[in-house]
Design a protein around this ligand. Structure first.
Ligand SMILES: [Zn+2]
Length: 62
């Protein structure tokens, strides 16, 4: 059985809490340190998640 590791940085759940994600039917893990990247800079994760093509950042509209 493979140990869960952060898809972005490889941190194991021995080192930090990992959040479970599902994408295209596959379970992925992301550590708490990398979770903000998914929210704010998802483009950085697109190469880690095959098939993930987040929209480019929207211009600030306010
Ligand atoms: Zn991480």
């Amino acid at each position: 059985m493979t140990q869960p590791v952060c898809l972005n940085c490889g941190t194991t759940n021995e080192q930090a809490p990992l959040l479970t994600l599902t994408f295209k039917g596959e379970t992925q893990y992301l550590c708490s340190r990398c979770f903000p990247i998914l929210i704010h800079k998802p483009q950085q994760l697109s190469e880690k998640l095959p098939g993930f093509h987040p929209a480019p950042p929207a211009p600030h509209e306010h």
